[in-house]
Design a protein around this ligand. Structure first.
Ligand SMILES: *Cc1c(COP(=O)(O)O)cnc(C)c1O
Length: 404
C-alpha cells in the first residue's frame, strides 16, 4: 500500500491553507497538483541548459535538444507507441484535437459522417463541428443512458460505411465514466473509420497502451498528470500523420523553403512548427517518471478506495443524487442536492478550504441530458485521503443545512 502521508509531502501545495483551513484539493479533474521534482525540474532547465532546440550546434542547444527528445522517447514507451515520431508535443488536449480536425478538412467530403459521443468535453465537440462546417460532413451523436454510459447498441447502429471518424473520451471528465473504447475502436475500424481518443482524464489514472487499443489518435494534457500547464501529447499512427497536412506553418517544420515551393520536414517535426514549450516538454517526462515511480497499480488501488468511500458517504446525505452511476468509473463523483444550486454549495465549502468544481464542466450536452444546470464534481487523486473525504462530506452537510 502507498504511504499517502509520504506522497503528500512531495506536493508542497497540499500543506497550504486556503481561507484559513487546510486545503482539501478535489479539483484534480481540472488540473492536478505538482510534485516538488516537477517544480524543481522547471527551474533546473532554465538554470542549466536553457537554449533553443534542433537549431544550434552549440553545446547548450544540443543538451536541450537531447533532453527534449529523451522526454519524447520516455512518453513513447509510457504509452507504448511503436515509434517516437508518432509522439507529437502539443500545448494540450485541445491543441492535439484541433491538429487532427484541421488535417481532416482536406480528407472529408460532404455527407461523410463523424461520430462523437454525448459524453464529450467541449474541446472534443466544437473542433468537429467546425470541421463539419468546413467540409459538409455530418456530426452524429452516440447517446448516453441514465447511468451516464454510452449506449452501445445505438453506437453499433450509427456506424456505416459513411462513418469516417469516431471520437470519444477514454474517461468522461464530467461523470468519471470509463468508456469501452477498445470495443468501439474495433467496431469503427471494421467500417474503415479512424478513431481519436480524448485521453485527458485517463492519463492521470492509467497507462494507456496505444498499440493494444489500436487507436489512430490519442490526445492528452500534461497538466492533469502532474506535469506543467501548456504541455500535452498527440499520439498519431505513422500512416495517419503522414497522410494529414501540417497544422501550422513556420520554423522547424520545413525541409526546404523557397518562394516557389516549400517541402515539409519528416515526422514529428512536420507538426511542431515554431519554438515549442521546451522546458514543459522535458518536465512532462519528469512527471511521467514520477507517476511510474508511484506505480499505476498503486494509484488505482488508492483511487478506488477513495471513490468507494466518497460514494458511500455522500449518499448518506438526504436529497443527494450522484450523476454517472455506471459500473466502470474513475475516481470522480459528480452530484447535486435537491433544490440547491451547485454553485451555492461550491462557494460555501470553498470557505472551508475545499476545492471542488461546480458548473457544467465544459460538457453542457450532458447537463442538458440530465436537465440540470451543472453539478458539484469532486475528483480525487492518489494523494487524497479518506479523512479529506470525510471533511468534505461534513462541509456539504453544513452547506445543505445553511441553504435549505
Ligand atoms: C481537460 C479536458 C480537455 C481539455 O484539455 P486542455 O488541457 O484544456 O486542452 C479535453 N477533454 C477532456 C475529457 C478533459 O478533461
Amino acid at each position: 500500500m502507498l504511504d499517502i502521508q509520504k506522497i503528500r509531502a512531495d506536493f508542497p501545495i497540499l500543506s497550504e491553507k486556503v481561507n484559513g483551513k487546510p486545503l482539501v484539493y478535489f479539483d484534480n479533474g481540472a488540473t492536478s497538483q505538482k510534485p516538488q521534482v516537477v517544480i524543481d525540474a522547471i527551474a533546473t532547465y532554465y538554470q542549466e541548459i536553457n537554449a533553443n532546440i534542433h537549431r544550434g550546434v552549440h553545446t547548450l542547444s544540443q543538451l536541450a535538444t537531447d533532453a527534449y527528445e529523451i522526454s519524447r522517447v520516455k512518453i513513447q514507451h509510457h504509452i507504448n507507441a511503436k515509434f517516437s515520431h508518432e509522439v507529437l508535443f502539443t500545448s494540450g488536449t485541445t491543441h492535439g484535437i484541433n491538429l487532427v480536425t484541421n488535417g481532416f478538412a482536406s480528407i472529408l467530403k460532404p455527407g461523410d459522417e463523424i461520430l462523437v459521443s454525448a459524453l464529450e468535453h467541449h474541446s472534443n465537440i466544437v473542433p468537429w463541428q467546425m470541421l463539419c462546417e468546413k467540409t459538409g460532413a455530418i456530426l452524429k451523436v452516440i447517446p448516453i443512458n441514465e447511468e451516464g454510459e454510452l449506449i452501445m447498441e445505438t453506437f453499433d447502429a450509427l456506424l456505416s460505411e459513411k462513418t469516417k471518424v469516431v471520437t470519444v473520451n477514454h474517461i468522461s471528465n464530467a461523470l468519471g465514466i470509463i468508456n469501452p473504447i477498445k470495443y468501439m475502436i474495433e467496431k469503427a475500424h471494421a467500417v474503415g473509420a479512424a478513431v481519436l481518443i480524448d485521453g485527458a482524464q485517463a492519463v492521470p489514472h492509467l497507462k494507456p497502451d496505444v498499440q493494444d487499443l489500436d487507436c489512430d489518435f490519442y490526445a492528452f494534457s500534461g497538466h492533469k498528470m502532474c506535469g506543467p500547464t501548456g504541455t500535452g501529447i498527440l499520439y498519431g499512427k505513422e500512416e495517419w500523420l503522414n497522410k494529414l497536412p501540417p497544422y501550422q506553418g513556420g520554423g522547424e517544420m520545413i525541409k526546404e523553403v523557397t518562394f516557389e515551393k516549400t517541402t515539409y520536414a519528416d515526422l514529428p517535426h512536420k507538426f511542431e512548427a515554431g519554438t515549442p514549450n521546451i522546458s514543459g516538454g522535458i518536465v512532462l517526462g519528469t512527471a511521467v517518471d514520477y507517476l511510474n515511480h508511484i506505480g499505476f497499480d498503486n494509484i488505482q488501488k488508492q483511487e478506488e478506495k477513495l471513490l468507494e468511500h466518497a460514494t458511500k458517504r455522500l449518499l448518506e446525505i438526504e436529497g443527494l443524487k450522484i450523476y454517472g452511476t455506471g459500473k466502470n468509473k474513475a475516481s470522480v463523483v459528480s452530484f447535486n442536492i435537491d433544490g440547491i444550486h451547485p454553485y451555492d454549495i461550491g462557494s460555501i465549502i470553498d470557505k472551508l478550504g475545499i476545492a471542488v468544481r461546480t458548473g457544467h464542466h465544459c460538457a453542457q450536452p450532458i447537463m442538458n441530458f440530465f436537465c440540470i444546470p451543472g453539478t458539484i464534481r469532486a475528483s480525487f487523486s492518489f494523494y487524497n485521503t479518506i479523512e479529506e473525504i470525510d471533511t468534505m462530506v461534513e462541509a456539504v452537510k453544513k452547506a445543505k443545512t445553511m441553504l435549505s
